[in-house]
Write a protein that binds this ligand. Structure first.
Ligand code: ADP
Ligand code: MG
Length: 338
């Protein structure tokens, strides 16, 4: 649905040149919710602007729904943009317009009849759960409600794609989950393709099917949540299913392994299987079990008895789709979130 190839964007800041996007390749499949995570300054907003051609890429191509956006101009570009809904961190509503009039705005721009506008606005406010707030002004709404109005407005022109730039960064945790629930249900009901830009890993964990890590204008890791989490040494895997960054003090001898596996089976069978097969005691040092993109994942740190044959045990676990790697301790200062 969205395909970005070799995208570069260079800004000139006085004498300096800033490479805001550096050879970005990205694919977002239809109906996906794709998270783009990165610290402040990573190039996230630039990427959103280049997707809609609000900013011209320095080089590279952007295609949405099979249309090469970078080749369009004028009227064609305006038309293509209507198929892309935009949601911003601070809703960006007109303070002097009611909720209904804010949602109506994009339809007024394309000269829709008043009767059609009224029907559409009512339908959209219903869809985002704000039917009773049609006449409220932004100042009379909570942050979450304002964001819902922003989402309804983004949907006014029946887009195929919803681009959300930090949609929940100004909201409290509960409201964040409410807004993400809304985005997920809209994706299902309207078959939208969604991009969520964020600096918060919990947003990715809760809402996304796939994720890309943007750092200094480059995509460093990208893939479905299920795939990236299995790359146990990677930054995204650490951030999605974290284990403590340090080993416990007074740790005895014996190899320490980090296991990662998916599935509904609880942690017990893997450990008891190891114990039975090799007749060894296995010491669990740390563990996380979480649902990611609708599937249960476990990340366990275990210690084996001294002199265990690690490669034999790794092979035994691999046969059960369990990834087992010698524990790799991450530098706790290298957090993804800013
Ligand atoms: N219009 C602009 N002119 C010059 N530099 C810009 C412009 N927009 C962004 N930048 C620079 O590009 C880099 C990425 O910015 P941005 O995309 O806003 O990051 P993010 O949204 O991830 O915080 C930053 O170094 C920023 O200073
Ligand atoms: Mg930004």
């Amino acid at each position: 649905m969205i395909e970005i190839r070799s995208l570069r964007k260079t800004y000139r800041q006085k004498k300096r040149q800033v490479q805001a996007l550096d050879n970005v390749d990205l694919r977002v499949g239809p109906g996906q919710i794709h998270g783009i995570i990165g610290r402040s300054g990573a190039g996230k907003s630039t990427l959103v602007r280049c997707l809609t051609l609000l900013d011209r890429p320095t080089s590279g191509t952007v295609s949405i729904a099979g249309k090469d956006m970078s080749s369009l101009s004028g009227k064609e570009l305006l038309q293509a943009r209507r198929k892309i809904g935009m949601v911003f961190q601070h809703a960006n509503l007109f303070d002097s317009r009611t909720a209904a009039a804010n949602v109506a705005y994009p339809l007024e721009l394309v000269k829709t009849s008043r009767a059609q506008i009224n029907a559409k606005v009512q339908e959209l406010l219903d869809l985002v759960g704000l039917a009773e707030y049609a006449d409220a002004y932004p100042a009379q709404l909570s942050g979450g409600q304002r964001q819902r109005v922003g989402i309804a407005r983004a949907l006014a022109t029946d887009p195929d794609v919803l681009l959300c730039d930090e949609p929940t960064s100004a909201l409290d945790p509960q409201t964040t989950y409410d807004v993400l629930d809304l985005i997920k249900s809209l994706r299902n009901r309207l078959r939208l393709t969604v991009v969520i830009i964020t600096h918060e890993m919990h947003v990715v964990k809760y809402a996304c099917d796939a994720v890309s890590l943007l750092r200094d204008g480059r995509i460093e890791e990208s893939g479905s949540i299920h795939d990236v989490v299995r790359h146990t040494g990677s930054d995204l895997s650490h951030a999605l299913l974290p284990l403590p960054a340090t080993l416990p003090e007074n740790l005895g001898p014996g190899p320490v392994l980090d296991l990662l596996y998916a599935g509904t089976h609880a942690t017990e069978p893997v450990i008891s299987g190891l114990t039975k097969r090799f007749g060894i005691d296995v010491n669990v040092l740390a563990g996380t079990v979480e649902e990611l993109a609708g599937q249960q994942f476990a990340h366990l740190r275990i210690q084996l008895p001294p002199e265990s044959d690690v490669s034999v045990i790794q092979n035994f676990l691999a046969a059960q789709q369990v990834t087992a790697q010698p524990a790799e301790l991450v530098d706790p200062t290298e957090e993804l979130e800013s």
